[in-house]
Design a binder for this molecule. Structure first.
Ligand code: PGA
Length: 253
């Protein structure tokens, strides 16, 4: 059985006092009963506080990005060691906003994925097609290529700490959601692609999250698909009530 995950990607939202308030609300509301893994990914500056406040709770903390080098002249960047030193052991890599606005290519993401593996960090790796890709019927090819180029030089054991997030770019922050069938179809394809490369056992164990306008009202339908192991939540992770409702939906499955 793959344990479901509900992960909140806060993106560039919440000042330190706002983050403190939201985390405290989440701590009051969320009760996973160990049935769901809950992760929040605040901005870098809010991570130390997030780690401190969530100690001894069911909530785990991830970063939204990191650099692939250990240290050096990379102004404005943050390394894996810096994250680990404050107790952050998980990182979202390859989010479509990083790919689109910060020119993160498959090559760069491969280096980041390898760094996460080297440092034993959990890599929540995002893939997903643009609307044009889907209209042209290329969505499977695009996702396969993103996986192959960034992750397929990693050894089998790396996947113990890899979570895949399928996020169709056209569904992110748009209010538009993939139908449960579209999500299932792509998740099954991702699992099959992993199975061909690494074997069925590995593929059966990797958790694949759906992301793109998940809300309390649609979470249960999407999460109940056999190959959907939870969600990466943007907008709805910024409201404690909504995020908790999504966690509750995952818990019931
Ligand atoms: P959204 O974002 O839930 O606001 O669509 C999802 C994401 O980008 O991870």
């Amino acid at each position: 059985m793959r344990k479901k995950i509900v992960a909140g990607n806060w993106k560039m939202n919440k000042t330190l006092p706002e983050a403190e308030q939201l985390i405290k609300e989440l701590l009051n509301k969320i009760n996973t009963e160990q049935k769901v893994e809950v992760i929040i990914a605040p901005a870098f500056v809010n991570l130390p506080l997030a780690v401190e406040l969530t100690q001894n709770s069911d909530i785990e903390v991830a970063a939204q990005n990191m650099h692939f080098e250990d240290a050096g002249a990379y102004t404005g960047e943050v390394s894996a060691d810096m994250l680990k030193a404050i107790g952050v052991e998980q990182v979202i890599l390859g989010h479509s906003e990083r790919r689109a606005y910060f020119n993160e290519t498959d090559e760069v993401l491969k280096k980041k994925a390898h760094k996460a593996y080297e440092k034993s960090m959990t890599n929540i790796f995002c893939v997903g097609e643009q609307l044009d890709d889907r209209k042209a019927g290329k969505h499977f090819d695009v996702v396969k290529s993103q996986l192959q180029k960034a992750l397929f030089d990693l050894p089998l054991q790396a996947y113990k700490k890899i979570i895949i997030a399928y996020e169709p770019v056209w569904a992110i922050g748009t209010g538009e959601t993939a139908t449960p069938e579209q999500a299932q179809e792509m998740h099954a394809f991702i699992r099959e692609t992993l199975a061909k490369k690494y074997g069925q056992d590995l593929a059966n164990n990797v958790r694949i999250l759906y992301g793109g306008s998940v809300k309390p009202g649609n979470a249960a339908d999407i999460f109940s698909q056999p190959d959907v192991d939870g969600g990466l939540i943007g907008g709805a992770s910024l409201k404690a009530g909504d995020f908790d409702a999504i966690v509750e939906a995952a818990k019931k499955l």
